[in-house]
Design a protein around this ligand. Structure first.
Ligand code: ATP
Ligand code: MG
Length: 504
């Protein structure tokens, strides 16, 4: 069942390496034998969305440790968009394996923003998942690895463990605890779970190869002791799985077909595959297994997009909150007037690639502008006001001028703009001594006030510091826009304005 009834996204006709992979997998029937039950019975009941074995499943897996930002929008549109395009399903999954930094507030805001972007999680949130729901299974799988000699409890102090990991140029060294027997490991791991050891006293590590050229395969930690209250499981656990261990298992349990992530996880892929292969071999997971596919993250120039730094801005009070309009969060962008349609168009426009690049924020703004251009009724505002006095317009009088609500959509009608003796114009639209090529207001020049009258500048007034505080002009009473003969006045400049009456 697609996540969204809106049908295929605009990008449906554009191909990329991820789509090519999906199409090849669909053509070869790779996922056609898929059945529910990565673990018997567990998820079948949970996921009311029927598993069509021939359909792809993707997921969007944020960690609930901050608000979503513009970079996440790319990932949301990609994962949910691919599911829509191929008639598959995208899971909304919270990767909540790190209890210290995670909060319910973040979960709620992330759900809200994914929905705002135009995607849903099925009726009754049936494709909404939490990694913490699998803590029991993850634990069970860890015991399974221990029993098969694929994991061991390491009791080296953290600094020693780090030293013995080696470097890019030097292989690591085996821990003195590496040859503990499965029975010893199991007993210790259970003690860790039961709270018998201090935080950091031991870790559970996958037993792979301390000399691997890929540092991520040098016996990575998969469980650590951490006494922290989890926002969903409370104090049930004092050991928590590491992200790199949890994530592949989450994908496999949810029958994800294509696990799409950003390039920094490329070096983790061998561990992803190692772990799932082991668990499948030991009968805990069924094949075909999910595959990880990496794409380059979205980087916007002049834009901080790391939750760690955004959190600092919020916590240290530089902004008013995560949804401050100056923030590059989706909540902030929404307050700034950005639209979901604009974000989806942006995701299509930047596309998917394997090479890291930088995008200028103007690309995003263009996408918003294109959408808002269609959508937004026009209004006039003066941002840096300078008073304009129409000296031959009677004091106390006012009349209406009419402006179209949309320049290309006559059926949107017109709105009345009060015109009176005193108006505000933009300060930059006046120059006392005009530079060459300046066609707007300067003494002696004639311009049209947009949708209003033609005026001729007669002078200006300055304050003691020499700053212009008022501009004077005279209007032509028969030049009102839209009246017969008004266009006989030819002017080079057209400037916008608002009435000063009734405003401070
Ligand atoms: P940050 O680095 O800002 O803290 P993160 O990657 O830690 O972000 P997650 O919550 O793990 O945040 O991200 C959820 C998903 O969004 C991941 O699949 C991640 O790859 C993707 N994602 C995060 N940032 C970007 C980005 N700039 N461009 C594209 N995808 C992104
Ligand atoms: Mg991250």
């Amino acid at each position: 069942m697609p996540n969204d009834a809106k049908g295929a996204p605009e990008s449906a006709h554009i191909t990329n390496f991820i789509k090519q992979r999906i199409e090849a997998d669909l053509a070869s029937g790779k996922y056609a034998q898929r059945r529910w039950g990565g673990h018997p019975g567990k998820l079948e009941a949970h996921a009311a969305a029927p598993l069509d074995p021939a359909k792809i499943r993707t997921r969007f897996p944020p960690e609930p440790n901050g608000y979503l930002h513009i970079g996440h929008a790319k990932s949301v549109c990609l994962n949910f968009g691919l599911a829509q395009e191929y008639g598959g399903v995208c899971h909304m999954r919270f990767d909540d394996t790190n209890p210290e930094k995670e909060e319910v507030e973040y979960v709620e805001s992330i759900k809200e923003m994914v929905k705002w972007l135009g995607f849903d999680f099925g009726p009754g949130d049936n494709v909404l998942f939490f990694a913490s729901d699998y803590f029991d299974l993850m634990y069970e799988f860890a015991e399974c690895l221990i029993e098969h000699g694929d994991a061991y409890v390491d009791s080296q102090p953290a600094d020693e463990m780090a030293r013995n990991r080696g470097s890019f140029t030097e292989p690591g060294k085996d821990s003195p605890f590496r040859e503990r027997t499965p029975a010893e490991n199991l007993a210790l791991f259970r003690e860790m779970r039961d709270g018998k050891h201090a935080d950091g006293a031991h870790v559970l590590r996958a037993k792979i190869d301390m000399a691997s050229p890929n540092i991520n395969l040098r016996d990575p930690a998969i469980y650590r002791i951490k006494r922290a209250t989890h926002h969903r499981t409370g104090d049930k656990w004092c050991i928590y799985p590491m992200y790199t261990y949890a994530h592949p298992i989450e994908d496999a349990l949810e029958n994800i077909t294509h696990s799409i992530c950003t390039l920094e996880f490329e070096d983790q892929r061998p561990f992803y595959d190692w772990l799932l292969e082991k668990l499948a071999t030991h009968g805990k997971l069924q094949r075909p297994l999910p595959q990880q596919i990496e794409f380059s993250r979205l980087n916007l120039t002049h834009t901080v997009m790391s939750k760690r730094f955004l959190l600092k801005l919020v916590q240290e009070g530089f902004v008013e909150g995560w949804d401050d309009p100056r923030m590059p969060t989706l909540a902030g962008a929404r307050r700034r007037g950005f639209t979901p349609e604009g974000f989806r168009a942006f995701a299509d426009r930047v596309g998917v690639s394997k090479s890291d690049g930088w995008i200028d924020p103007s690309v995003l703004e263009d996408c918003m502008r294109e959408h808002l251009n269609e959508l937004a009724p026009r209004r006039i505002a003066v941002l840096d006001p300078l008073k304009l006095v129409i000296t031959n317009y009677p004091e106390g009088q006012s009349e209406e001028c009419f402006a179209p609500n949309h320049p290309q959509k006559a059926d949107w009608g017109k709105r009345a703009m009060p015109f009176s003796r005193e108006l505000w114009i933009e300060r930059e639209d006046f120059q006392e001594a005009p530079v060459k090529g300046f066609f707007r207001l300067y003494p002696g020049n004639t311009v049209r006030l947009k949708y209003g009258f033609v005026v001729k500048c007669t002078g200006c007034t300055k304050d003691a510091s020499g700053r212009v505080v008022e501009v004077q002009c005279e209007y032509h009473a028969d030049s009102k826009s839209g009246t017969p003969g008004a266009d006989t006045y030819k002017t080079k400049g057209v400037i916008h304005w608002v009435s000063a009456a009734g405003r401070v």
